[in-house]
Structures are given as structure tokens and as C-alpha cells.
Design a binder for this molecule. Structure first.
Ligand code: SF4
Length: 431
């Protein structure tokens, strides 16, 4: 039996429809969603009702899509809302929810909306696991353990960055910030209050003003002392230690390249352990060269598209081009640095043949070490509008991932940044 379509009533209570099957959407177009695309909901998935969006389902009798804009349900008339899933880190969504806009439809906040249905007594979502690392697993994050650890660290310091990261950990539930206080894995080093892009889905600053940013952006420039004071103990003692410049709560770290270079040199005078990493838009190849020379270990570059026009539509860069981004990747690869692309994935866009072939070209020409599949956090209708009217028939996200794997067997595919052991092994093996 095919998965059933879900809908929510005005209070957000969720029901499965008695006859309509689940549909999904790739880019602008809805279609029946094959069962092979569905996985049982992973732990940590959130379900949302989508205000101002009616669900579309597939009627198997008439073989046609049906927009459910009203239903008689349990003795009352219901104006249904579409339902979607937000998958936890480590999973790429493969289909968007199939919806139709109501007369009033507020722009949706910055989450990654995936299709979800009901089958065999449980929820199923359209997604695929892309990373076996389980560092995101909710069982590793219990605020009852965390709060005393935060207090302990903060009581002994007047570091402004620590204060900022306390808010990230306890208020915004940033997993990387939590890791700092737990003393493990990847720890954030936000550094830049400013940016030279204006991404439509930027988590730390929304210039359009129709949806709120998800994080409060860092509002001061930390000193080298403040950064080193956080980084060194983490690198010295944390298992699988990574310290990362470039976070969801800041602007573009490369705009602070001289400061970061000084910090890297000071860290490396004190410890050789762990990886010093940067998440960046890679807009400044000369800044990347400076950081590599100082001792940067790995660099991850975010991209929504490897094609100029579509990159510009989303990033709205100020004073740089996509060619600078690829030059930065080459600069880092040429200096023996582990490079990855954080591919901001959108079902129906990322998996178009032209998009995939430009991605393949980028992997080849930059000698990339890793590709990370990250779901775009943005209202799907806004992104479709932003990308314009020309959409090719997509391959499907699963096939696109399979094609990259087939073309580049040595490329690491995943979701999370990698620790030193993996970085060193990769750099000593085939590229
Ligand atoms: S590059 Fe990063 S910080 Fe800058 S606008 Fe884009 S998402 Fe925001």
C-alpha cells in the first residue's frame, strides 16, 4: 500500500487522509512519491504544519493530483494545512512537500521542509542518510547535563565569546556550541560580525524582513586572546577535536583573515592537536592563501549552485564572483589542505542535469576532498521563485548522489566536517 497523505487541522493536529496517497514536489512540480524514496522518521525529526499551504495528494482512482482545501472531518468542516518533516543532521531530503498556496500564505521561516506521509502505522519521510556519524543524535545532548558544564566554564572567565556561545548553546540549541561545553568534537569559533554576501536563506541576517533570522549574529569583533583561550584547551583535550571559524551565528570569516591567521599561528605554537577549520563563502582567494600558510587544516565552502547566474540569485555577492570561490578552492587544494563543498541542496534544483554536470566539473577542477549534502533552509516557494522560470527534468537526489559516487569513488560524501585522522588519511590517499 502506498503511503497516505497527511494533513493538519487549524490547531495543528495531524491526520492521515483516508484515500489520497502521498505526493512530493521536485522544484516547482508535484508528483506521486514512490515508496522507495521514503524512510521511517529518524530520531530527532520534527513535524510541522505549513500555514497558508493546502496539501496536495494523489487520487489513485482518477489518477490525478487533488488539492485538499477543505474536508468534512470528525463532524466538522476543516481547512487543512499541509504537513512536513524537518530531518535531523546527516539526512538529505529527497522530495519537498506537495502543497498549493492558500489565499493568505505567510513566508515560511528558515527550515528545510521535506515530504512526509503515513504507512503501516507510522510516519515516513522523503530522505536518505548521507552520513553515518551520529554526533547529532539527541541522546548526546541533554540540557540537564549541559547547564552545569556551561556554568562551570563561564564562572572562570570573562571572555565575551564564551558568553556569546553560552547563548548559542542554551537558547539557539546549536550543537557545535554545546560541544564546546561538553569538551568534544567540533567547537565553533565565530569571528566575523560582517559579510560580503546577502544570501536569501542566511541564518544570521535577513535583509528582506519577511521571516526572522534563526540566530542572532555576533555583534563584536573578538580579540585574538579570546579566540585562542577557547580553541587551545578544546584542541588539547577534546576527542576528535575540530575548531571552526565560520558559523551560522556570524558573517563571513574571510573578512577577518589577518586576525584568523594570527590566531592560527598562536594556537599552533601551543598545540599541534586536532584540526583548525573554516566554513566560508570562499570569496577571497588571497585570504585563503594567508590562512593556509598560517596552518589551516581544512576548509568547507558553501554553494547553492556551481552556475554563475543561480549562484548570484541566491548569494547576492558584493564585490566577488563565483570564479573567486573556485579560485579559493584551488588555492587550498594546491597547498595540500582538505577541501569540502557544503552543497546547499534543493530537490528538483540540485539534481537537474546541467547543475549536476557543473558540480562534477567543480569537483574535478578543484580536486575536492569531500562533498557535504546540506538541506537548504528556506521556504520552497520563495526559492523556486528566486531561481526563475527555467527548470530541467531532475534526476532525483538519490540518483544525483549515486552519480557523484560513481564518478568520484575516492571523494568522501557526507554531512559533517571530519576530524584530523580522516583528513590526514584522505590527503595521503588518492585524490
Ligand atoms: S555567506 Fe554566510 S553569513 Fe554571508 S550572507 Fe551568506 S549565509 Fe549569511
Amino acid at each position: 500500500m502506498s503511503a497516505r497523505m497527511l494533513f493538519a487541522d487549524e490547531r495543528g493536529e495531524i491526520f492521515d487522509h483516508p484515500s489520497l496517497s502521498l505526493m512530493g514536489r521536485l522544484g516547482p512540480s508535484g508528483r506521486p512519491l514512490p515508496d522507495e524514496e521514503l524512510i521511517p522518521l529518524p530520531d530527532g525529526t520534527k513535524l510541522f504544519a505549513m500555514p497558508g499551504r493546502y496539501p496536495s495528494g494523489w487520487d489513485p482512482v482518477s489518477s490525478a493530483a487533488v488539492v485538499l482545501d477543505s474536508i468534512a472531518w470528525e463532524g466538522r468542516r476543516v481547512r487543512p494545512q499541509a504537513v512536513c518533516a524537518f530531518l535531523p543532521p546527516g539526512y538529505a531530503r529527497t522530495y519537498l512537500p506537495a502543497t498549493a498556496l492558500g489565499e493568505e500564505h505567510p513566508d515560511l521561516p528558515l527550515w528545510a521542509y521535506a515530504a512526509v506521509g503515513w504507512k503501516e502505522g507510522k510516519f515516513w519521510a522523503a530522505g536518505v542518510r548521507v552520513d553515518e556519524t551520529d554526533h547529532w543524535n539527541p541522546e548526546h545532548y541533554d540540557d540537564r547535563d549541559l547547564i552545569p558544564l556551561v556554568r562551570q566554564k563561564r564562572d572562570h572567565s570573562s571572555n565575551r565569546l564564551l558568553e556569546h556561545l553560552e547563548r548559542c548553546a542554551l537558547h539557539y540549541h546549536c550543537l557545535a556550541a554545546k560541544n564546546l561545553f561538553y569538551g568534544r568534537w567540533e567547537c565553533p569559533l565565530p569571528v566575523s560580525p560582517v559579510c560580503n554576501a546577502d544570501c536569501a536563506g542566511c541564518l544570521s541576517l535577513q535583509t528582506g524582513g519577511t521571516v526572522p533570522a534563526s540566530h542572532e549574529r555576533l555583534n563584536f569583533l573578538p580579540t585574538a586572546d579570546e579566540l585562542v583561550e577557547i580553541a587551545v584547551p578544546h584542541l588539547e583535550t577534546a576527542p576528535e577535536a575540530v575548531v571552526s571559524f565560520g558559523q551560522g551565528c556570524e558573517g563571513e570569516p574571510l573578512l577577518q583573515a589577518p586576525l584568523i591567521a594570527e590566531v592560527i599561528r598562536r594556537i599552533r605554537r601551543q598545540t599541534s592537536k586536532g584540526i583548525i577549520h573554516i566554513n566560508t563563502n570562499a570569496s577571497r582567494p588571497e585570504g585563503v592563501a594567508q590562512l593556509c600558510e598560517a596552518g589551516l587544516g581544512s576548509m568547507r565552502v558553501s554553494l547553492n549552485s556551481c552556475r554563475d547566474d543561480y549562484y548570484h540569485r541566491y548569494y547576492r555577492p558584493r564585490g566577488y564572483e563565483l570564479s573567486d570561490v573556485t579560485a579559493s578552492l584551488k588555492t587550498a587544494s594546491d597547498r595540500g589542505i582538505f577541501t569540502s563543498v557544503n552543497l546547499i541542496t534543493f530537490p528538483g534544483f540540485t539534481d537537474q542535469p546541467a547543475e549536476l554536470s557543473s558540480l562534477i566539473n567543480l569537483i574535478e577542477t578543484t580536486r575536492l576532498s569531500m562533498l557535504q549534502w546540506k538541506n537548504l533552509n528556506m521556504d520552497p516557494d520563495l526559492y523556486v521563485d528566486l531561481m526563475g522560470p527555467d527548470w530541467e527534468e531532475p534526476l532525483g537526489i538519490r540518483r544525483a548522489i549515486g552519480e557523484v559516487r560513481r564518478r568520484f569513488p575516492a571523494l568522501i560524501l557526507g554531512y559533517f566536517n571530519r576530524p584530523k585522522e580522516v583528513v590526514e588519511k584522505k590527503l595521503s590517499g588518492p585524490r
